[in-house]
Design a protein around this ligand. Structure first.
Ligand SMILES: NC(=O)c1ccc[n+]([C@@H]2O[C@H](COP(=O)([O-])OP(=O)(O)OC[C@H]3O[C@@H](n4cnc5c(N)ncnc54)[C@H](O)[C@@H]3O)[C@@H](O)[C@H]2O)c1
Length: 248
């Protein structure tokens, strides 16, 4: 039996990078996958690829920082498919406007907070009632090595991902009674198109990627474990997924 047979999974930021790789993998493992992203064309292309390979998927245009978008995404997925088993809050990522707290544009602080932290908060807010009614579920949040070990120069992003980390633990402590597990993945450097354009080759995290810089699939396989019943007793965990970058 496939590892996600009969499960319904919503993945945000699924039009590219880690989210797209995870959507493909979840579908290959039997899930019905709802891909959410602001980029409609890329999201629909990802769905076409999955469906073309025999999987079940649909795209919902979503801005995760907008309450009504996230409510419609989650409620719609649960209504159309009769249940919601997995929410992977993946949308986000730093931009080149992030930087030092003393001189970065304040708009970029709020953009980062809105997408990475508030977007995750909203996803959890709307998914939890459906999962509780359905007898449980798995929420996978996305933090970062920047929150796990502390790195310099992306101060808004570090703050947002730190918030995601603590939110994850707080929710795990409350919703285990409804059999909802809440965990977070903390990737090191993953060679998505966005990051290839952003991170310098001499960045200490790149230089310390002992097994080489990671690919989106390296994270997708960890997300698959957290989405599946194989991790049925894992909750409140912040799982680093890195190529040795936090070693000394
Ligand atoms: N790639 C890395 O090195 C790395 C490291 C640590 C953490 N992460 C985290 O992993 C996640 C995915 O990163 P990635 O490298 O695959 O990024 P990516 O840029 O390739 O993909 C992110 C997707 O999120 C979408 N998105 C952005 N804002 C959105 C919004 N408001 N609403 C809906 N969708 C939105 C984008 O359109 C894009 O398709 C992010 O949360 C990022 O912070 C990535």
């Amino acid at each position: 039996m496939a590892r996600l047979e009969n499960k319904v999974a919503v993945i945000t930021g699924a039009a590219s990078g880690i989210g797209r790789a995870s959507a493909g993998l979840f579908a290959r493992e039997g899930a019905t996958v709802v891909l959410a992203d602001m980029k409609r064309e890329a999201g629909e292309a990802a769905v076409a690829e999955i469906v073309g390979a025999g999987g079940h998927a649909e795209f919902v245009a979503t801005d995760v920082s907008r309450e009504e978008d996230v409510r419609a995404l989650i409620d719609g997925a649960a209504e159309r498919h009769g249940r919601l088993d997995v929410l992977y809050n993946n949308a986000g990522g730093a931009t080149s406007k992030d930087g030092k707290v003393t001189d970065m544009p304040l708009e970029e602080f709020w953009r980062t907070m809105s997408v990475d932290l508030f977007g995750t908060f909203l996803g959890c807010r709307f998914a939890i009632p459906h999962m509780a009614r359905g007898g449980g579920g798995s929420i996978i949040n996305t933090t970062s090595i920047r929150a796990l070990i502390g790195t310099a120069g992306a101060d808004a992003y570090s703050a947002a991902k730190g918030g995601v980390l603590t939110l994850t633990k707080a929710l795990a402590m409350q919703w285990h009674v409804d059999k909802i597990r809440v965990n977070a993945i903390g990737p090191g450097v993953v060679a998505t198109e966005r990051v290839k354009a952003l991170v310098r080759p001499d960045d200490p995290i790149v230089k310390k990627s002992l097994m080489g810089v990671m690919e989106p699939d390296d994270i997708a396989y960890l997300a698959l474990y957290l989405a599946s019943d194989e991790s049925r007793r894992i909750t409140g965990a912040i799982l680093p997924a890195e190529s040795g970058a936090s070693t000394f």
